[in-house]
Design a protein around this ligand. Structure first.
Ligand SMILES: Cc1cc2nc3c(=O)[nH]c(=O)nc-3n(C[C@H](O)[C@H](O)[C@H](O)COP(=O)(O)OP(=O)(O)OC[C@H]3O[C@@H](n4cnc5c(N)ncnc54)[C@H](O)[C@@H]3O)c2cc1C
Length: 386
């Protein structure tokens, strides 16, 4: 097969890149190791920044999101048993939308297939070759045979565990990592919303987050040991912990319901630099990871792709490589801002295993400052909405 851009990975980054390139008249082929059913059913992110929402809408894939997503104009910080609202829209003029990542995936897959786009699912053993030549190649197994894509460029959009980043020789990769000594125990629950806006709770027993997916389904998280096993969290323990960590003095009640999905998420910060090697460009989780506390991962993937798509379009329309040369530095600027914000939120809201009462008091002082100083609240708000 020949194409202009070979895209590895049909996550939000790969699919949106393929869609934006198509709108600009550039051809691509996307390969994905999982099935369409699997990628459309994987529950992950849910908070979309205003810029993400605008890009999806402007590029013609935002119709269902506008209809079924929920615009949130604030978030709640809860600590010392009291709730404090950060008025995102009032402070920044922008808002966030809650619309699940797998719904974004469904919208993008159907837009690509309706436009005759080439998405190859269930490919195995993808390998990248000749990345430092003018015609890089991606070889893989599909339906029992070996296939190869020859392209002008390769976009590595295959997430943190993908094959693209390790295809860059290690001497050309500079990696920055921080692993947090805790994880998030996440559940999906059949229940009505307990709150109109997301609640981020600091508690001496650990962090908790109340989020939503729809009027019938809620997403709740608890800080946990990353080595915990699911079986050590029976339903009764989950609800007891949530009630304790979210308790307030204002009569607020957590709505319980049937837990129908549960999982443990590791918390990590990671960045590789640069985002380019020869004719391979990395985007999204393939290049960087943030802990989910700042709700930035999906939004960063979208921003990378916004910058990368316009650089590819510039190259194919005018022959200029200026955008491609600038891509890594330009995308990394936003990546590091989000890395800092996600680290700051994580550090302020979680219990660390070596915490002393002194550190606990520092966290409370920081939270108190955020909710009592307009300048500090704006800092949080403008980072949160993007
Ligand atoms: C529980 C959870 C909650 C989150 N909440 C938020 C949130 O609220 N807001 C937010 O912005 N972000 C959030 N994130 C992060 C967000 O989900 C990711 O940042 C986002 O999925 C990144 O998109 P991507 O396309 O770069 O990578 P991915 O979504 O990981 O997609 C990569 C794709 O590549 C495929 N692939 C991998 N290897 C290969 C290979 N060798 N060959 C072919 N295909 C391959 C994978 O199957 C996958 O489909 C959350 C993440 C988790 C886990």
């Amino acid at each position: 097969m020949k194409t202009q851009i070979a895209i590895v990975g049909a996550g939000p980054a790969g699919l949106l890149l393929s869609h934006l390139l198509h709108l600009g008249g550039v051809d691509s082929v996307v390969i994905e190791s999982r099935s369409r059913q699997e990628i459309e059913a994987t529950i992950r992110a849910g908070v979309l920044e205003q810029g993400t929402v605008d890009l999806l809408a402007q590029s013609g894939v935002g119709e269902r999101m506008k209809r079924e997503g929920f615009v949130h104009e604030g978030i709640i910080l809860r600590f010392a048993g009291r709730s404090h609202r950060i008025a995102l829209s009032e402070l920044t003029g922008r808002s966030i939308s809650v619309y699940a990542q797998h719904e974004v995936i469904k919208d993008l897959v159907s837009a690509r297939l309706d436009a005759g786009g080439k998405l190859l699912f269930e490919v195995k053993d993808a390998a990248l070759y000749d990345l430092d030549s003018a015609s890089p190649k991606v070889r893989f197994h599909r339906d029992g045979g070996v296939e190869e894509i020859e392209s002008d460029f390769v976009a590595g959009c295959d997430g943190f565990h993908g094959v693209s980043r390790p295809s860059i020789p290690s001497r050309h990769r500079h990696e920055f990592t921080r692993t947090y000594p805790f994880g998030w125990f996440g559940i999906l629950v059949e229940a009505p919303p307990s709150t109109e806006e997301l609640i981020y709770a600091h508690h001496e027993r650990g962090f908790a987050l109340v989020s939503t997916r729809s009027p019938q389904i809620q997403r709740l998280y608890l800080q946990c040991d990353p080595e915990d096993e699911l079986k050590s969290w029976p339903d009764a323990r989950i609800w007891e912990e949530l009630h304790r960590r979210l308790a307030t003095s204002d009569g607020w009640k957590l709505a319980e319901g049937r837990i129908f999905q549960r999982g443990i998420i590791a918390m990590r910060s990671f960045v590789v630099e640069p985002l380019r090697y020869g004719r391979l460009f990395l985007a999204g989780d393939a290049a960087h990871i943030v802990p989910p506390t700042g709700a930035k991962g999906l939004n960063l993937a979208v921003n990378d792709v916004r910058v990368l798509a316009s650089a590819f379009l510039e190259y194919f329309q005018s022959g200029s490589e200026a955008g491609l040369k600038a891509y890594s530095a330009s995308a990394l600027k936003r990546v590091w801002r989000a890395e800092h914000f996600s680290w700051w939120m994580t550090s302020m809201l979680h219990r660390f295993h070596d915490d002393t009462p002194f550190q606990h008091r520092l966290q409370l002082a920081e939270l108190d400052y955020v909710v009592s100083s307009k300048a500090k609240a704006i800092t949080l708000a403008e980072n949160y909405v993007g």
